[in-house]
Design a protein around this ligand. Structure first.
Ligand SMILES: *Cc1c(COP(=O)(O)O)cnc(C)c1O
Length: 391
């Protein structure tokens, strides 16, 4: 493994700013949280107390009482989506899944795995779900219940779907609360949003069915993991008892990583609300810095108001993309500003990008033969596009 890469990684939303030295002894143990976190199983070496501690922390954050929620530590954000969408399908076996086009691919994977009818809903330029298209699609399928995936931070643009508007759209178009199920995919931003001023709130006081978040993204866990929370009333629909485990089977996976809950618990308690708030503010500040500097340099760029994901024109050179580990889609690339992405690192990135662009686009605009910066108006709006046509 090339540890040097860690100095550069900017494109994927992993908080690499961690120190878990205190937990190094744990590697000597095989820890397995097989089965339901709330029921003792016969396998002895587990970390259920930590798992439940972490779940309680998130239950407080997302406002649901201890005896009203159920949840578990998953192996990743994808598993949370698989669980949340399965829950929706079990509650409404004939329901249709609605998800915006910019939803994570795991949502469409779930639809395929469960053979669910899936309707892709259009997005606004920001990447948010377009509720006028949602309305149209709902009205065309009025006879079937609706299962919705709502994005709390899309993967590419960091767009936050307007949960309140989604609920309003459902209720105004013939879908009262007993005819819809909402899963919130908060993989990326689920733990950042609560600490952003003016951000809409994810809360079980609203009619949502489940929320998931990745533990290795903003939280900064050194191994992939995630948190999935749902309502106790829903889980009863899904679970069956397994004699072999002396436990209840309500998870997607069987064996589960028992180290992850301890690392999560350690981080949550070490950082606390205050710590996360500070980190979120730093990320948003640095993201604005990056976006402003890109625009100052005449480079197309967009930053959603509630996000730390800066979207910009795809660099011309794949070597540059690899070196900075940028994630690209079509003509756009992004940098996800995590706590480990400092101003110094951004300055280095900006400087190198500006220099390289001079080479890539040398003589462009003159003879019409040299390459010119791509037009990204359809991706991020003409007001954010700095191509020859739109600047
Ligand atoms: C990363 C991501 C996922 C998947 O999470 P993994 O932990 O990589 O499985 C799901 N949804 C969104 C919006 C994401 O950004």
């Amino acid at each position: 493994m090339d540890f040097d890469l860690l100095r550069f990684a900017a494109g994927y939303p992993y908080n690499l700013d961690f120190d878990y030295g205190a937990l190094s002894q744990l590697q000597h143990f095989s820890i397995n949280n097989l089965g339901d976190p709330f029921i003792e199983s016969n396998y002895g070496v587990h970390s259920r107390q930590f798992e439940v501690g972490v779940l309680d922390w998130f239950a407080r954050l997302w406002e649901i009482e201890r005896d009203e929620y159920w949840g578990y530590i998953t192996n990743c954000g994808t598993e949370g989506n698989l669980h949340g969408i399965l829950m929706g399908r079990e509650v409404f076996p004939d329901g249709i899944l609605y998800a915006s086009r910019e939803s994570h691919y795991s949502v469409f994977k779930a639809a395929r795995m469960y053979r669910m009818e899936c309707v892709k809903v259009d997005c606004l330029t920001s990447g948010e779900i377009d509720c006028s298209d949602l309305k149209k699609q709902l009205l065309a399928n009025k006879d079937k219940p609706a299962i919705l995936n709502v994005n709390i931070g899309t993967t590419v643009k960091g767009a936050v779907d307007d949960l309140d508007l989604v609920i309003k759209t459902l209720e105004e178009n013939g879908f009262p609360q007993d005819r819809f199920y909402i899963h919130c995919d908060g993989a990326l931003f689920g733990l950042m949003m609560p600490f952003v001023k003016r951000a809409p709130k994810v809360s079980f006081k609203k009619p949502i069915g489940s929320v998931s978040v990745s533990g290795h993204k903003f939280v900064g866990c050194p191994m992939p993991c995630g948190v999935q929370l749902t309502r106790m009333s829903h889980i009863k629909v899904l679970s069956s008892n397994v004699e072999y485990l002396a436990s209840r089977d309500a998870t997607i996976m069987g064996s589960r990583n028992g180290h992850a809950p301890i690392f999560l618990w350690y981080t949550l308690n070490k950082k606390g609300y205050k710590g996360f708030q500070k980190e979120v503010q730093k990320c948003l500040r640095n993201a604005h810095y990056l976006k402003d500097k890109l625009r100052d340099a005449g480079i197309s760029a967009m930053l959603n108001e509630l996000s730390s994901t800066v979207v910009f024109e795809r660099p011309h050179d794949e070597e540059f993309v690899r070196r900075w580990q940028l994630a690209c889609q079509g003509n756009i690339a992004h940098v996800v500003v995590m706590p480990n992405v400092t101003i110094e690192k951004l300055d280095g990135f900006l400087e190198e990008l500006a220099e390289k662009r001079k080479l890539w686009y040398k003589g462009s605009g003159g003879d019409g033969v040299a390459p010119s910066p791509p037009c990204v108006a359809v991706d991020i709006g003409s007001e954010n596009c700095d191509c020859g046509l739109h600047k």
